[in-house]
Design a protein around this ligand. Structure first.
Ligand SMILES: [Zn+2]
Ligand SMILES: [Zn+2]
Length: 218
């Protein structure tokens, strides 16, 4: 299953990674789900799945901009450089449509399905953190835009098992930031034990994360 897919797609590529980085609009090769294996922990290595057959190629319509992207491009966190992992585009709040489906996941996915790309592109699915709904602590987590190509580009491959569906009625530009900033707030509100009628205060409520918290709490 596929649709018309160009050889090259537009991308916001990080140039001069570090304190003086810039983002340059360039054309990059559109990846093939069947050939793509991330430098950092291949899909098969992480969960005994075949990298040939269980990825989706997604055409993104939107990406959010998150401060973590800036840190990845500045390389001012204690994480390896994006470029060391062959990653040229940051970004982890994407929304778009499936344009190609790997052979083994065609029962679950079809061309045209709407999808969201989140900060974790994949996890191991097989550790205590993953089993207890805390997969953001998975030691083998594959970070989008750091370990694997991010959402500052038109075309991206993503493991079918860990790709989020976007329901009808939610526009792409709303769905994109839900992948990171609103999810962060959603989990903290769930864990806070707050009940309807309680007051809640968000320091930095006008920022990208806080504004999601206010809407969710309301
Ligand atoms: Zn983020
Ligand atoms: Zn895990």
């Amino acid at each position: 299953m596929s649709t018309d897919i160009p050889k090259l797609g537009w991308a916001g590529v990080v140039v001069n990674e570090g304190a003086e980085f810039t983002v340059e609009v360039q054309k990059l090769e559109v990846p093939e789900p069947s050939e793509y294996t991330p430098e950092y922990g291949t899909v098969s290595e992480m969960s005994n799945r075949s990298p040939e057959d269980d990825e989706l190629l997604v055409r993104l319509n939107v990406t959010g901009l998150c401060m973590s992207d800036v840190h990845y491009m500045l390389n001012d966190w204690a994480v390896p450089k994006m470029s060391e992992m062959g990653v040229r585009c940051a970004g982890h709040e994407g929304a778009g449509v499936v344009v190609k489906v790997g052979a083994n996941c065609q029962d679950a996915w079809k061309v045209g399905d709407r999808v969201g790309i989140k900060p974790l592109l994949d996890v191991c699915h097989n550790c205590e953190q993953c089993w207890s709904g805390r997969e953001n602590y998975c030691a083998k987590a594959n970070y989008t835009g750091l370990h694997s190509p991010g959402t500052y580009q038109q075309y991206l491959v993503t493991p079918a098992i860990y790709t989020s569906r976007i329901p009808d009625g939610v526009p792409d530009e709303v769905a994109g930031p839900i992948m990171c900033s609103a999810s962060t707030m959603h989990r903290s509100l769930v864990e806070s034990g707050l009940k309807p009628g309680n007051w809640v205060v968000f320091p930095g409520g006008g920022g990208g994360v806080g504004i999601q918290g206010i809407q969710l709490a309301r």
